[in-house]
Design a protein around this ligand. Structure first.
Ligand code: ADP
Ligand code: MG
Length: 238
């Protein structure tokens, strides 16, 4: 059963079409990675799935429900961006609690979930700190924690590691893989890093100029690229 299904999804900004009819079914619990050159529409696709932009044509379903007209807050989705976008005036605890407060969770429930998530991500010693008192890696963990705490059905990650140095990127990548196996959530993850794509993905979606070039497991794409574009993209370390 598809957890997230795109059927003939198109997106135009004004008269410019940037997504040209994308068909894709993502299974419950699957880890799908979108790759492709800058400007090919990766972020736009995530924003359409999240509901931050409306689709111009086609159909979008989450958990078998048509969500074309459903606002972001009702889609059961959490998004982690490359910039951490934490609330600077709030401490870590409040950053993580904020979304739950908006969702009208009880104080006890909020406290339980924030502390549980903080333990999972090993940021439980940082709950009183403000974002400016954290390292880049710690901030990114708080951003991930803020997504997890809402227990979404689907996680969307837009190049979440691109602001981190190499060592931290590897460590956080391993943590995201662990998170996926622990939470059994569906994850859609954008990166332009081939190593990230190859190590994290159940399936990789290769995009080019608003269209899907190929979908397959990392090994399928590596051994049987559908065309030169995919071969170049998967083969070339960037
Ligand atoms: P990627 O994330 O793959 O680098 P994007 O999804 O950000 O690509 O962008 C895809 C295309 O859509 C680009 O040509 C970009 O300029 C255009 N685009 C994205 N958002 C907007 C917007 N709000 N208004 C107009 N054009 C946009
Ligand atoms: Mg992008």
């Amino acid at each position: 059963m598809a957890d997230v299904a795109l059927k003939g999804v198109q997106k135009s900004f004004g008269s410019t079409k940037v997504i040209h009819g994308v068909d894709l079914e993502i299974r419950d619990g699957e880890f799908v990675v979108f790759v492709g050159p800058s400007g090919c529409g990766k972020s736009t696709l995530l924003r359409l799935i999240a509901g931050l932009e409306g689709i111009t044509a086609g159909e979008l379903c989450i958990d078998c429900e048509r969500v074309n007209d459903l606002p972001p807050a009702k889609r059961g989705i959490a998004m982690v961006f490359q910039s951490y976008a934490l609330y600077p005036h709030m401490n870590v605890y409040d950053n993580m609690a904020f979304g739950l407060e908006l969702a009208k969770a009880s104080k006890a429930e909020i406290d339980r979930r924030v502390r549980e998530t903080a333990r999972l991500l090993q940021i439980d010693a940082l709950l009183d700190r403000k974002p400016r008192q954290l390292s880049g890696g710690q901030r990114q963990r708080v951003a991930i924690g803020r997504a997890i705490v809402r227990e979404p059905k689907v996680f969307l990650f837009d190049e979440p590691l691109s602001n981190l140095d190499a060592a931290l990127r590897v460590q956080t990548r391993i943590e995201i893989a662990k998170l996926h196996s622990d939470m059994k959530a569906t994850m859609i993850y954008v990166t332009h890093d081939q190593v990230e794509a190859m190590t994290l993905a159940d399936r990789i979606v290769v995009l080019n100029a608003g269209r899907i070039e190929q979908v397959g497991t990392p090994l399928e794409l590596y051994h049987h690229p559908a065309n030169l574009f995919v071969a170049r993209f998967i083969g070339s370390p960037q």
